[in-house]
Design a protein around this ligand. Sequence first.
Ligand code: GUN
Ligand code: ZN
Length: 497
Amino acid sequence: MRDHFEIRDHDAAGRIGRLEVPRADVTVETPALLPVVNPNVLTIEPSRLESEFGAEMLITNSYIIRSTDRIRDRAVDEGLHDFLDFDGAIMTDSGSFQLAEYGDIDVTTEEIIEFQRRIGSDVATPVDVPTPPDADRERAERELATTKRALADAEAAETGEMLVNAPVQGSTYADLREEAGRHAAGTGLDVFPVGAMVPLLNSYRYAETVEAVRAAKRGLGPGAPVHLFGAGHPMMLALAVAAGCDLFDSAAYALMARDGRYLTVSGTEHLEDLDYFPCSCPVCAEHTPADLRELGEGDGDGPSAERLLAEHNLHVTFEELRRVKEAIRSGNLLELVDRRARGHPAMLDGYRALLDHADELERTDPGSKDAFFHTSHEATRRPEVGRHRDRLARLTTPEALLLTESKAPSDHDYDAVWRVKPPFGPYPPALSETYPLTAEVPERTDDAAQVAAAEGVAALASANPETDLTVGHDAWCDRALDRLPDRVETENLRTLG
Ligand code: GUN
Ligand code: ZN
C-alpha cells in the first residue's frame, strides 16, 4: 500500500479522510460519492456534477471507451478530463463488471492499465474477477487466485502518478475476503474496492454486505482507503460508512431514474405511486409528481422526467453523504445508522450485523463525543456500552456499595452510593459528567437496556468479590434480575415508593 490517505475524524469504524490523487492534482474528501458516468449517455453533464452537486470525483468505464470507436479516439486525443469536461479526479473501471455479466472480455490487465494511463485516468483498475455471492468455495478460491495475478500485473505496469485500485474479492466467504484484503494491502497499490457486491446490494442483503466489508477490513487494516464497489443508494450510506467504507459509486441515480424510480433515505419509490415529493431539492421544489409524469420525454427544450428524476436521485444521495459526514464530526453516526435502520427491515439486519462487530468498531470509536442517545434496543450493543462494561471490571469498590437508579437516600449505612443508568450499568460519581454516562436515556427503560445494565453490575461484582452490593432498580424485568449474581441484594424502588 502506498500512502495517499489521511484520516481526520472517526466515529465507530467510519471516518472523514483525505485521499490525495496526484495525477489530478486534487485531494478528495472522504466519504466520497463517485457518480458513474456512462461515456455513451451523459444523463447529467460531468461539469454539472461538479458545480451543482459537489462531486469531487467520478468513475467511468475504460473498457466501454476502448471498445467504442467513436469515443475511444476522442478520449485518447483529448484525454478524459477534456473529453468529459471534468476537473476533479476520475477513476476508471476495467471491464471486470462486463466480465462478470458476459463471462468473457478481450483485454488483459496489462493492456487495460496501459489504456487507462493513455486516456489520463487518475485511478485505474486491473481486470479482477468479481465472484458473485454464494459461489462454491472452489470457484471463489480459483477466481481469487486470478484476481491476485491481476494485482501483480497492475503492480508491474508503468503507472506513473496514476493511482491503482486493488479489488478485494472472495464472494461470501469471510475468511477469503479477509485473506484477499491482507494480500491487497501487501501490494504497492493504492485504493481498495470491496468487489462483487452489486448482487447483494440489489437484493438488499445488507447483513451480508456488512459481513463482507468487515472481513475485508480485518485483512486490509484501518489505514486503507476502502471503496464499496457499486454502492450508492442513499439508504445504506450511513451503514456502509459506519462499517468502514470511504468511497462509493452511484449508477443507481441514473439507472433508477430510467425506470421511474425515486430514491429516498429509506428506500425506493415509484414516481407512479407518489402524490407528494418528500424532498426540497431544486427538482422537488419546482415540480410535483404529477408534473413529472406529464412531462415524460420532455417538451423538446427542457429536460425529460428521467433526467429530473436522476437529478433528484443524485441530490438526495449527496445530501445524505453530507449528513453522514456531519454525523461523524459530531459523533452521532450510530444514531443516524439506527434511524436509517428503522426505514427498512433489511437495513435493521445490516445494523444488527454491524453491532455483532462492536468490539472491532470500539478500536476506532472516539472516547468522547456528543451525548449518547439511547433510543432503541440495538443501542445496548453499541461499542460504548461494551467499553463501559470493560471499564467496570477494572474499578475497585468499597466494602458496602449501593447501586441505584434513583438519587442516593439521605440516610444510609453504605460506604458509597453509585448511580445506575441503563444500558451502561453502575458508575462512580466521578464519571457522571464523562462520555458516555452523560447519555440521554428515556425515563421508561426497555428490557434490553435493563439486561445490559444488570450485566454491568455483574461485571463489577465479579471484579470485586469482597464487596457487598445492593441494587436499587426501577421495576426491572425478570430477565435483568436473573442476570445479577445471587449474592447481589436487590430493592425494587417502585414498591418502596
Ligand atoms: N463494479 C462493481 N463491482 C465490481 C467489481 O467487483 N470489480 C470491478 N472491477 N468493478 C466492479
Ligand atoms: Zn428531490
